[in-house]
Design a protein around this ligand. Structure first.
Ligand SMILES: [Zn+2]
Ligand SMILES: [Zn+2]
Length: 237
């Protein structure tokens, strides 16, 4: 299988029960329900269902592996899964059933559909914050709560940006003040590079391809930008 879940006995068609927004809300109210966010850390960081387990992972494959381990002792409990648009939960719910979970449920149409249904039906929002989506907006606000912080200064913020240095492009949370100060970049090094003339940036890119320190940030789960800024202040002008 492309995602590395190689197991002949894994039946991807044996999926969980689909719940609409009302049913999902009701299930959340039951005692002993376990709700699991099937998205990556940068998605759940800015918005998630109340009480959801949110594995710190970078990829869906890691998410699958980690989540079943996290709740290995809860195979008899009601499991509620959700993701952005419901697609990842098709596989995830089958994965949970494959691992012996009995009562596996998933949010039909994901958070996108949930947001629509609670609005139309006047249901309470049990999802707080923003639904991260991969378009120019990088998120649709569900409630006014801001549950995350700027990765550079720690101020309350849930605005995702991509680092302005094209060779970095790190996705991170940056407040307006930091965006101005850092010119949309994640680190002083990226700021320096993005201020170079385009042909110099290209030269740098060619020469540094293999040893580029920026790739360190990319391969690591959630680089600590505050530490990097603290360490870098003074040394870079
Ligand atoms: Zn900030
Ligand atoms: Zn950067």
């Amino acid at each position: 299988m492309a995602d590395g879940l190689a197991d002949d006995t894994f039946d991807v068609t044996n999926v969980g029960k689909h719940l609409n927004a009302k049913e999902f809300n009701d299930a959340l109210d039951l005692p002993d329900t376990v709700v699991i966010d099937m998205r990556n850390h940068y998605e759940s960081e800015v918005g998630h269902f109340e009480g959801a387990l949110r594995p710190e992972v970078d990829t869906f494959r890691e998410e699958l592996e980690k989540s079943v381990k996290m709740v290995a002792d809860k195979k008899d409990k009601k499991i509620l899964l959700y993701c952005t648009g419901g697609i990842r939960c098709e596989k995830a719910s089958a994965w949970f059933k494959h691992h012996g979970f009995e009562d596996v449920n998933q949010l039909h149409g994901g958070i996108i559909q949930y947001a629509r249904e609670i609005k139309e039906q006047g249901l309470p929002a049990k999802f707080i914050g923003k639904n991260f989506v991969f378009d120019e907006r990088l998120g649709e606000r569900i409630t006014d709560d801001i549950i995350s912080e700027c990765h550079q200064c720690g101020a309350k913020c849930d605005t995702h940006v991509n680092c302005k240095n094209d060779d970095c492009h790190l996705l991170f949370i940056q407040c307006d003040a930091c965006a101005e100060k850092m010119q949309g970049c994640c680190t002083p090094r990226c700021q320096e590079i993005s201020n170079l003339p385009i042909d110099e940036q290209r030269k740098l890119r060619k020469g540094q391809r293999k040893t580029d320190t920026l790739s360190v940030y990319r391969s690591r789960l959630r680089p600590d930008l505050r530490q990097i800024l603290k360490a870098g202040s003074g040394s870079s002008k």
